[in-house]
Write a protein that binds this ligand. Structure first.
Ligand SMILES: [Zn+2]
Length: 308
């Protein structure tokens, strides 16, 4: 029983109900991290144009153009769809496990430095963790967008942003530092330069980047210059990490509106850099605890001028 609850905790709360739709074998691999027998999987020899999606949550993970013949017995890819796959240390202490970034479902392992392709990377993925979607008739691939914001302790920011309609998942992690794969406690000690950051995965057809950032400015205090609430330190500073000009323009516009309303905004606008998800013990903290955040809360800051 304990074993199973540990494994289940890797699946994002939002997708746990999907587990009941899996066969016993699919569950053994996606949830309990078993491995299918080599050369047994249905997608091993698929070469058609299309996209490989997560069987648990249908997030697009890999494209056919990145699939190659590795002779290892499992579907192999030398690249993933950007930000679709999370790398985490395997329980064996040696290998790097790969999981679906959206739902946490187990995919397989990733190996680097084998020299099999120019990208020198092999995602070794269980067929049973994937579904294959042939190139859609209209040529459109399902596509999620991502936003990155830092507003103090990531648990509170994650808690509020994941309640938005159109937001598919929010992952707590780190961005903006100068060390690869930072550990939570390294970040807390303040030596890595990272900010506690959340990755907001959303459906741009249901919610806009602007709506997400606007809400972000109303669930944390963008005026605090030394941290957020009782959490003081550079890792708790307020920031929006932007991936392109359009996002930067949207954030600048919202900050302008806040300033017009009398707020002295301390939020930094920074270029997005690699995002590192925190380990599972730091995901969905308030949902698991069943309490409300102490450090964040909603304050309407856009609709009316601030009373001085
Ligand atoms: Zn998934």
């Amino acid at each position: 029983m304990i074993e199973e609850s540990i494994m289940l905790s890797d699946i994002t709360t939002k997708y746990r109900q999907n587990i009941q739709n899996l066969t016993a074998f699919e569950k053994a691999v996606l949830v309990d991290k078993a491995t299918e027998r080599p050369f047994s999987g249905a997608l091993l020899n698929v070469k058609e144009e299309g996209v490989f999606v997560c069987k648990l949550c249908t997030a697009p993970l890999y494209r056919s153009k990145d699939k190659f013949e590795s002779h290892c017995g499992w579907p192999s890819f030398d690249d993933e769809i950007p930000s679709a796959v999370r790398r985490i240390p395997d329980a064996d202490g040696r290998r790097v496990e790969i999981v679906c970034a959206n739902c946490g479902g187990h995919l397989g392992h990733v190996f680097e430095g084998e020299g099999m392709t120019a990208k020198n990377t092999r995602h070794c993925v269980n067929s049973v963790s994937l579904d294959f979607q042939k190139q859609a008739q209209n040529g459109m691939m399902p596509k999620d967008a991502r936003a990155y914001v830092a507003g103090g302790c990531f648990w509170g920011v994650e808690h509020y942003l994941q309640q938005l309609e159109g937001v598919k998942s929010v992952i707590s992690g780190f961005m903006g530092g100068h060390v690869a794969n930072p550990d939570y406690y390294d970040v807390v000690r303040g030596g890595t330069g990272h900010l506690e950051t959340v990755e907001v995965c959303y459906d741009p057809e249901r919610i806009s980047y602007r709506e997400i950032i606007k809400h972000f400015f109303e669930i944390h205090d963008p005026e605090q210059t030394n941290g957020q609430g009782p959490d003081i330190g550079s890792q708790y500073l307020s920031a929006v990490f932007v991936s392109h000009e359009e996002e930067a323009a949207t954030v600048a516009e919202l900050i302008g509106e806040l300033e017009e309303n009398g707020y002295r905004v301390a939020t930094q606008v920074l270029p997005a850099s690699p995002f590192y998800a925190a380990d599972e013990g730091h995901q969905d903290y308030y949902e698991r605890k069943g309490t409300e955040p102490y450090c964040h809360g909603f304050v309407a800051r856009f609709d009316k001028r601030r009373k001085r």
